[in-house]
Ligand binder design. Sequence first.
Ligand code: C2E
Ligand code: CA
Ligand code: CA
Length: 729
Amino acid sequence: MTVEWAIDKYPQIVRAETNVTEAIATLSQTQAGCILVVESEKLVGIFTARDAIELAVSTANWQELSLARVISPNPIALKVTELPNISVLMDLMQHQQLKYLPIVTVDYRVYGLVSLKSIAEAWQKSAVASKQELEIVKQELNECKNLEAELQANQQALSINQERLDSIFDSIEDVVWSVDPHKFQLLYLNAATEQIYGRTISEFLGNFNLRREVIVLEDRQRVREANKALYSIGSQDIEYRIWRPNGEMRWVRDRARLILDNLGNTIRIDGIVTDITERKQAQQQLEYDAFHDGLTGLASRRLLMERLERAIDRSQLQPARGFALLFLDLDGFKVVNDSLGHLVGDRLLIEVAHRLQKYERENFIIARHGGDEFAILLEELADLKEAIAVAGQIQQILKPPLILNEREVYVSASIGIALGDRANLYASDGRATNLLRDADTAMYYAKSRGKGGYEVFTPSMHTEILQRLELEHDLRLAIEREEFVLYYQPIICLATQRLWGFEALVRWQHPWQGLISPDKFIPLAEETGLSVAIDRWVLRTACCQLRSWQEQLPTTTLKVSVNLSGNQFFQPDLIEVFDRVLGETGLKGSCLKLEITESVMIDNSPTTSVVLEQLRSRGVQLCLDDFGTGYSSLSYLHSLPFNLLKIDRSFIERLGTEGEKGEIVKAIVALGSNLGMDTIAEGIETKEQLMQLKSLNCAYGQGFWFAKPMNSRAAIGFVGDWNAQNIKN
Ligand code: C2E
Ligand code: CA
Ligand code: CA
């Protein structure tokens, strides 16, 4: 279909000198809802029914004005020589929100008029419109019809005299009012008064003061001031609250103007009152959302930053009123999230927020900074020691276990403290962010020194953190370049003195720092997830090594023990990786033992047991490492398929000292034997320790007393020496 079909070739045309009253009369004769305005036969503007209504509502003495004064100049028009196809035209009109589009000749004489209505009619005629387009057009058509109806309804009023404008005013949702500027008497109110104020027009006309009385008390002074300004500026635009007789409060926007006569004397004040309650509510909700964390309901980061700025300003005016910022990060949150799922993670955050909230004071603001990070701003501190005391107290309130999924979960937080007086050291525009960064740095530092601690920021922390970042970078490279070696520490069966096998312990062969101990990089690797790659390398290398020993010593029963980090344990493809390594190296699962630290088993979740069972079904032995140091609940130990408990070194260390009877070790051995698990002692350094462990019936042992961890060559040598020595004995 071409555009030609949609062009009305005989649109109503009037000259620009025509006055509005006449134009409206003409408008009412046309079907199109719009007339084209020309000057010297050239198109200069368009005037629509909508324009007429808006003009009548907004402008005094509008009837006498000429069209030239009220039309907007340079209307958008299309040249008849450049007509696009109809869908491009519709896009253009919808995009520019045009209901009418004049078509002109090259010298801007009127050629015709396209309106959404004429397009719709043309579409209907051609009946090729797709359903969707038809819908849009129908909608527009309805609007045209409504407008037409509106216009027709008001036609007479518009064309005869101002009193008839009432019907227009009464059809709008806003209150239109007019006041005598000298006697302040109400001259006019429209029907919307009842909807907005919940009172009749005659109530207002009969009570001169009512308009003021309905205003909410706290807002009256503001309204009075705006009224005063009206006389000096000529207009006012103010938002305030009103009461309805039923006790409901509404927000309104009240715009008013002085109406002047030709000599500049004020003859009236006209105004419009719009009910903006819904908008205000939406705005308040938006503000609330911006300033509060959706999950926990604590203050948001944004609110925190605003308060922090304010606290800095205040403390500069009154240096005696100190403040501090605490930055909290939960320890081990990732493990909870990975093992128990995000929903449980969320519940944990909510529960922590709850506990922190109990700590809320007038001068404290507790915010969620994001993820598992929280921040607390402490103002009005008498003494900076108070900030440290608060950090300690927070760690106390987090101590009791949380019940999640009917299980006990322990949380702790690392806390960094930045003291408010540091803010003076920063350039004024970054004070709050710098202070937050310092508190964050101190937290990071606290965390690197172990869980559940706190630190007050000092500038030297920055350097240490930088070193850590550098370490992380180097570690990534090390993984790529496989800069690791395995050391092997013998594990001995205490009753028979036989060599059970070795624990594989990783070392980093740093290109210029030499051999780095795992204590220096495994914690960082676990934090950053890099431990997954390291553990895979270790698993493969240890299996390969054992396989090659088995080839060298065909009768050997040696086994190897490999450490598994929490990250690796929770990898969804753990079992797959295992099967692959066993398949590729040809090692039997029964030659392998996995050591998993107790803290990884914070929960006996279904997936944990499934994974453990799958490993067991491959013959792999499972050992609970560092037993006695984690917070694992003994109640579920029996349900986990571990074969061995490895008693943490700290308990072995105490053995053989004065007055130490090894009660704890004894208890762990008894517990293991009740649950059908063997026990293994790590860190045996003295003969006394060994004797005591033997007498306590501990099954296996490992430690410097037997041998330090050694490289693979030394290890195979150790096997020969040990067997020879045992045979001799
Ligand atoms: P761990 O699993 O508790 O390993 C035992 C640690 O105790 C080893 O330290 C070992 O050298 C040391 N040790 C053994 N006997 C004695 C003794 O008699 N006295 C003393 N003072 N120490 C003894 P190492 O090799 O420095 O490893 C430290 C930790 O790093 C390990 O603790 C383990 O948690 C981790 N780690 C080591 N290799 C790996 C690995 O391949 N993967 C993972 N995820 N972690 C590893
Ligand atoms: Ca271990
Ligand atoms: Ca250990």
